[in-house]
Design a protein around this ligand. Structure first.
Ligand code: HEM
Ligand code: HEM
Length: 133
C-alpha cells in the first residue's frame, strides 16, 4: 500500500506543477520571467508524473495478482503519461527546429491543455480505485 500512496503523492504534485505551468503561460506572458518559470515547472511536473507512473507499475507488480493495466484508471493513466512526455518535449522542440516552430507551438498548446484536462480525471479515477472517494 505505501507504494500506491507514493504513486498518488507524485501524481498530485506533478499535476499541481503542470497546472501551474499552464496558468503561467496563459496569464503571465507579459512578465520577463514567464518562460523560465514555465519551462522549469513544466519539466519538473512532467518528470514527477513519469516517476509516479514507474511507482505505479512497481506497486502493481508487488501485489499478489500483479496484473497491469486492467482498469479505466490505468488506461487513462497511460494516455496521461504519454501526453505528459509529449507536451514538454514539444515545448523544447520549438526552439530546436525554428523553421517548424509555428506548427510545433500550436501542437504544444493543444497537448499542454489536454494534459491539464485528463490528469485531474486520472487522479479522480485513481482515488476511486483506491476506494478513497
Ligand atoms: C507539461 C509541461 C507544459 C505544459 C502543460 C505547457 C503548456 C503550455 C500552454 C497551454 C501554452 C499556451 C498558453 C496560451 O497562450 O494559452 C504554452 C505555451 C508555451 N510553452 Fe509550454 N507547456 C509545458 C512545457 C513547456 C516547456 C518544457 C517549454 C520549453 C521551453 C515550453 C515552452 C512554451 C512556449 C515557448 C510557449 C509560448 C508559445 C506561444 O507562443 O503560444 N513549454 N505551454
Ligand atoms: C495523473 C494522475 C495519475 C496517473 C497518470 C496514474 C497512472 C497510473 C497507471 C499508468 C497505472 C497502471 C500501473 C500498472 O498497471 O502497472 C496506475 C495504477 C494505479 N493507480 Fe494511478 N495514476 C494517477 C493518480 C492516482 C491517484 C491519485 C491514485 C490514488 C491513490 C492512484 C491509484 C492507483 C491504483 C490503486 C493503481 C492500481 C490499479 C489497478 O491495478 O487497477 N493513481 N496509475
Amino acid at each position: 500500500m505505501p507504494l500506491f500512496l507514493v504513486h498518488a503523492a507524485l501524481m498530485a504534485a506533478g499535476f499541481l506543477l503542470v497546472f501551474s505551468a499552464l496558468i503561467v503561460a496563459m496569464t503571465q506572458r507579459r512578465k520577463r520571467w514567464w518562460l523560465r518559470i514555465h519551462k522549469a515547472i513544466g519539466l519538473t511536473g512532467g518528470s514527477l508524473l513519469l516517476l509516479g507512473a514507474i511507482t505505479a507499475v512497481a506497486a502493481v507488480a508487488s501485489t499478489p495478482e500483479g496484473h497491469h493495466l486492467r482498469t479505466p484508471h490505468t488506461w487513462l493513466g497511460v494516455l496521461t503519461i504519454s501526453v505528459a512526455i509529449i507536451a514538454p518535449l514539444l515545448g523544447l522542440l520549438q526552439f530546436k527546429i525554428p523553421h517548424k516552430a509555428g506548427t510545433i507551438r500550436v501542437v504544444h498548446r493543444f497537448f499542454g491543455r489536454l494534459l491539464n484536462i485528463i490528469a485531474p480525471i486520472a487522479i479522480l479515477l485513481g482515488l476511486r480505485v483506491a476506494e478513497i472517494i
